[in-house]
Design a protein around this ligand. Structure first.
Ligand code: SIN
Ligand code: MN
Length: 177
C-alpha cells in the first residue's frame, strides 16, 4: 500500500492547506478519487482538482479493498484523503461534515508512526477518550459515531520503521456526494 501511495504522491504532491482562519495546517495532504478535500480562506470543501490543476489520481485498489471489506460493495468512496504527519504535526478536534450523506461511514487507515487519537462527542465539549492508533490499524467511523469530534493530539515520530524518513500516513475514505 505504501508503494501505491508513493506513486500517488508523485502525481499529486502533498501540500499544506490553509485553514479558513489563515493558518497553515501542520499536516500535509493530498487526495485520490473523484474529488479531494481542500481548505483555504474560503472554507473547507471538496474540489475536483489538485492545486496544480491536475485531476486527482485514482484510489489505489489496495486501499479500495479495505473499503469493500468493511464498508460496502455497493458503492465506492468518492475520495480517499491522504494525511501525512511529519514530526510535530497534529490535528485539532473536528467533525467530518463536508459530505452530503452521513449514512456512509468514514473508514480510516493508519500507516507508520503511532498517533494519539482523541474522540469526543457529537457536540463540541464534554468528555473525550484517547487511544493510540498504530500502523495497520483500521477504524470505521459510522452509525452514531459518524459525527463524533475527533483529532490527533500528537504522534511518536519515528516509532515505526515503515516509512524510511519517519512520519505517519492516515487515509480516510469518504462518500462525498
Ligand atoms: C482526519 O480526521 O482526517 C484524520 C484522522 C487521523 O489522522 O487519524
Ligand atoms: Mn476527520
Amino acid at each position: 500500500m505504501v508503494d501505491d501511495l508513493r506513486g500517488v504522491i508523485h502525481q499529486a504532491p502533498l501540500f499544506s492547506p490553509e485553514t479558513p482562519y489563515g493558518k497553515a495546517m501542520s499536516v500535509r495532504m493530498t487526495s485520490t478519487g473523484n474529488c479531494g478535500w481542500f481548505s483555504d480562506r474560503s472554507g473547507y470543501r471538496y474540489v475536483d482538482t489538485h492545486p496544480n490543476g491536475a485531476a486527482w489520481p485514482d484510489i489505489p485498489a489496495s486501499v479500495l479493498a479495505i473499503w469493500h471489506r468493511l464498508a460496502s460493495n455497493e458503492r465506492d468512496p468518492d475520495c480517499c484523503l491522504i494525511n501525512y504527519y511529519g514530526e510535530g504535526a497534529r490535528m485539532g478536534l473536528h467533525q467530518d461534515k463536508d459530505e452530503a450523506d452521513f449514512d456512509w461511514p468514514v473508514v480510516s487507515i493508519s500507516l507508520g508512526d503511532d498517533a494519539l487519537f482523541r474522540a469526543g462527542n457529537t457536540a463540541r465539549g464534554g468528555k473525550t477518550e484517547s487511544l493510540w492508533l498504530r500502523s495497520g490499524d483500521v477504524m470505521v467511523m459510522g452509525g452514531a459515531a459518524r459525527l463524533t469530534y475527533h483529532g490527533v493530539d500528537r504522534t511518536r515520530f519515528k516509532s515505526s520503521a515503515l516509512l524510511p524518513k519517519g512520519g505517519r500516513i492516515n487515509l480516510t475514505l469518504r462518500v462525498v456526494t
